[in-house]
Design a protein around this ligand. Structure first.
Ligand code: AP5
Ligand code: MG
Length: 191
């Protein structure tokens, strides 16, 4: 198995690049944000609880997302590999992921970290908020709260993978195709 983490702050292009990467490399896309939004759309108890937290721009509890990822790994036994998007987002999630992958005799090949300035992130998300229907994109206060959560709780996840020499920084500004090219080069070097 070949497993990658696509890392970066809200609006850095994780979802956009994931679509292209899974098409090229045949990986299974696991986005905790998408999984949570599908729980919300289905109005499950988990979704209804998560929505209150997501609408404030805060992280949902670790045990909730770890449980979702654990089920997704079990439900895809034939996957060639996984592309994790928006997970892990705390040190506890990173440690839990390592244990789950170890049980399947696999691990993380690399963390690709998209780097984008805060002003560009806010601009992109406000623009998407005009049409996306994502309630956490509609006001700047919530967008900035998401970025603050990223700085306070998520940025350390890169330090966790750096100790195993797994972090590759990639410039996340420019055209979607140029960024995709840069990501592919890093992946091909490691496959
Ligand atoms: P999640 O769904 O993961 O959202 P996010 O990390 O806040 O980031 P986005 O999905 O908004 O951005 P992205 O990096 O995917 O960029 P995108 O490609 O869309 O999480 C949402 C919430 O769920 C969290 O706040 C939290 O509450 C909860 N949650 C999720 N996972 C969790 C976890 N593990 N633990 C706890 N809570 C969790 O691009 C953004 C925009 O920019 C788009 O409009 C796109 O078209 C545009 N764009 C992309 N690339 C470019 C480019 N190169 N140039 C110009 N525009 C571009
Ligand atoms: Mg996304």
């Amino acid at each position: 198995m070949f497993n990658l983490i696509l890392f970066g702050p809200p609006g850095s292009g994780k979802g956009t690049q994931s679509e292209k990467l899974i098409a090229k490399y045949g990986l299974k896309h696991l986005s905790t944000g998408d999984l949570l939004r599908s729980e919300i759309a289905n109005q499950t108890p988990l979704g209804l609880e998560a929505k209150k937290i997501m609408d404030k721009g805060q992280l949902v509890p670790d045990e909730v997302v770890i449980g979702m990822i654990s089920s997704a790994l079990d439900n895809n036994p034939k996957a060639k590999g996984f592309l994790f998007d928006g997970f892990p987002r705390t040190s506890a999630q990173a440690e839990a992921l390592d244990k789950l992958l170890e049980l399947k005799n696999t691990g993380i090949a690399a963390m690709l970290a998209l780097e984008v300035t805060e002003e560009e992130l806010v601009k992109r998300l406000l623009k998407r908020g005009e049409t996306s229907g994502r309630s956490d994109d509609t006001n700047e206060t919530v967008i900035r709260a998401r970025i603050t959560e990223y700085r306070n709780k998520t940025a350390v996840v890169a330090d966790y993978y750096a100790q195993f020499d797994k972090v590759v920084a990639v410039k996340g500004e420019g055209t979607v195709d140029d960024i995709f090219g840069a990501l592919c080069k890093e992946i091909d070097d490691r496959m």
